[in-house]
Design a protein around this ligand. Structure first.
Ligand SMILES: *Cc1c(COP(=O)(O)O)cnc(C)c1O
Length: 227
């Protein structure tokens, strides 16, 4: 098998899909309740095309600028692609982000809620993005996200002060801790706030995330190879 070429990518995608299916069986969940987001950050169109050809339609990018360089033309060829922003969003990039992304996973502060609210109002009928709030479950100072203890109040403020509909939550657990406790915490915050979408789990831990209720897993290197 050529693990660096097209066959390698579609082979690895098939393996990831198989592992997701198995994790769903282990968790007693229907496969359709878990969506795979293929994280294509740092990879160019040449690497993304075979994944599109294999039928993958949800993709994740962590930088607005990088996504702007490769996705408009790919989306033209595949209008049913759903693009997810999984990296930090600067308030001055919100307009560009709304033009490109269908789902934003990284609403992480009041000023961004305010900027999103303002720009969504300008869309005038074009569909607004789906929004997830990022929770800093490990309370790591270098990481973005709302502290777990502040999440309920922030979600209320998003709805009541900014008029935003929040679909769910996202987290990136600390790299040096077992992820399960963080996934469970995110699930509890979502449940008590009536949110149905849980974006959690990456290449190293997506099976654990599925056991703990992930609806969206964000998988990069297990599909595209090392960055
Ligand atoms: C890069 C990235 C991923 C994918 O990570 P892998 O370990 O390559 O699967 C998932 N989520 C976020 C927020 C990322 O930045």
């Amino acid at each position: 098998m050529d693990v660096t070429g097209e066959n390698g990518v579609s082979e690895r995608l098939a393996q990831v899909r198989g592992r997701i299916a198995q994790a769903c069986r282990d968790a007693g969940r229907a496969e359709a309740t878990v969506q795979l987001i293929a994280v294509s950050k740092t990879f160019d169109a040449e690497h993304i095309l075979p994944v599109l050809a294999a039928g993958q339609r949800l993709f994740g990018e962590n930088r607005v600028q990088e996504a702007k360089g490769k996705w408009p033309s790919l989306k033209e060829r595949h209008p049913d692609v759903e693009l997810h922003l999984i990296g930090p969003l600067q308030s001055n990039k919100v307009r560009e982000a709304l033009a490109l992304f269908d789902v934003i996973h990284t609403l992480d502060r009041p000023s961004l809620a305010e900027a999103l609210s303002r720009e969504i109002a300008r869309l005038e009928g074009r569909p607004a993005p789906r929004l997830l709030v990022q929770v800093n479950t490990g309370e790591e100072p270098q990481k973005a996200g709302i502290a777990p203890g502040a999440a309920d109040a922030f979600l209320d403020a998003c709805r009541e002060e900014h008029g935003l509909t929040i679909e769910g939550l996202m987290c990136i657990p600390p790299a040096d801790e077992p992820a399960a406790a963080h996934f469970a915490l995110l699930g509890r915050i979502a449940a008590r706030n009536g949110l149905k979408t849980l974006s959690m789990g990456m290449s190293g831990d997506f099976e654990t995330a599925i056991l703990l209720g992930a609806t969206h897993v964000r998988v990069g290197s297990a599909i595209f190879g090392g960055r």
